[in-house]
Design a protein around this ligand. Structure first.
Ligand SMILES: *[C@@H]1O[C@H](CO)[C@@H](O)[C@H](O)[C@H]1NC(C)=O
Ligand SMILES: *[C@@H]1O[C@H](CO)[C@@H](O)[C@H](O)[C@H]1NC(C)=O
Length: 275
């Protein structure tokens, strides 16, 4: 009797996990080997360095004092709605464009919806957020509505006359330093890379994410839009690109820790500045 109940429960559990994760696993599998994450050195070793037209600078938070206990760019209107990269989409492109939208908001006070499709079509080698910044520093991004939302399977139809936002500067955050990352987040939403390969991440539904075993083998990109604290546990508020139904309305709160951080989140923070 007891055994059969357990068996039924375990079958139900398996089915649920497969249903929930199947959808996300496929995104992950698609991205696993394509998201080169070491700012630019790694990806530039394996292929021709790309043209870019911005200054790369190191974030220096030493002059930022009185860092607030919690911070949330969503409350300032700086964050666009959660996107869904879909089966073929690449998280790094979606997250990089999210970060460019936020940077433009911070600079110009207006939250625009910029075109991921333009990057997908016109820069097919884009793998990391830095690749996207490279592209967007020499090709201003069009509005999503101008470029068009139908995925054209690689046929680039960029119209420079319609380009509206260009990347002017890229700021890298010191690795393995959660205090520095925190300060950077008070200046701008920051893109980070993490290991999204755990079942816990794939099936995350809410709460502060802190899996026991998550090596810093990073393969997925998120946008840190803020941070907070629950009891003694600090957390990062991160925007994912898997639609609203994943996690906390498309977001995940990841435990704030020192060193490389949970799943490598402290390793490769960066944010763009735009015109
Ligand atoms: C950061 O800036 C301070 C002064 O504002 C300077 O003393 C320090 O050397 C800088 N640190 C780095 C790593 O550039
Ligand atoms: C950050 O931490 C990782 C893991 O401990 C280490 O491999 C890497 O060298 C560190 N990076 C820096 C710049 O300290």
């Amino acid at each position: 009797m007891r055994k059969s109940i357990l068996l039924v429960l375990s079958i139900i559990g398996t089915v649920i996990i497969e249903q929930v994760s199947g959808k996300f696993l496929s995104y992950h599998e698609h991205n696993k080997h394509t998201e080169i994450t070491d700012y630019n050195s790694h990806s530039n070793i394996v292929r021709e360095p790309k043209l870019h037209n911005y200054k790369m600078v190191q974030f220096n938070g030493s002059d930022i004092v009185n860092v607030p206990d919690s911070f949330d760019w969503r409350q300032k209107g700086a964050i666009s709605p959660v996107k869904n990269q879909g089966q073929m989409g690449q998280a790094s492109i979606y997250t990089a464009v999210d970060s460019i939208e936020s940077a433009h908001f911070i600079k110009a006070g207006k939250l625009l919806s910029l075109s991921e499709e333009q990057v997908e079509d016109c820069d097919q080698q884009a793998e990391s957020v830095i690749d996207v910044y490279n592209y967007a520093s020499t090709h201003a991004l069009e509005l999503a509505q101008d470029y068009g939302s139908i995925r054209s399977q690689g046929a680039c139809h960029y119209d420079p006359a319609k380009g509206v936002v260009e990347v002017k500067k890229v700021v890298k955050v010191k690795p393995n330093d959660s205090e520095e990352l925190k300060k950077a987040v008070t200046q701008s939403p920051v893109t980070v890379v993490i290991n999204a390969g755990t079942m816990e991440f794939q099936t995350y539904q809410g709460g502060i994410f802190n899996p026991k075993n998550c090596p810093a083998e990073v393969d997925h990109t998120l946008l840190v839009v803020g941070y907070g604290k629950e009891g003694d546990q600090g957390y990062w508020i991160c925007k994912n690109t898997w639609g609203n139904s994943w996690g906390e309305s498309g977001y995940i709160r990841i435990a704030m820790t020192d060193g490389p951080g949970v799943c490598g989140i402290n390793l490769y923070g960066a944010y763009p500045q735009t015109d």
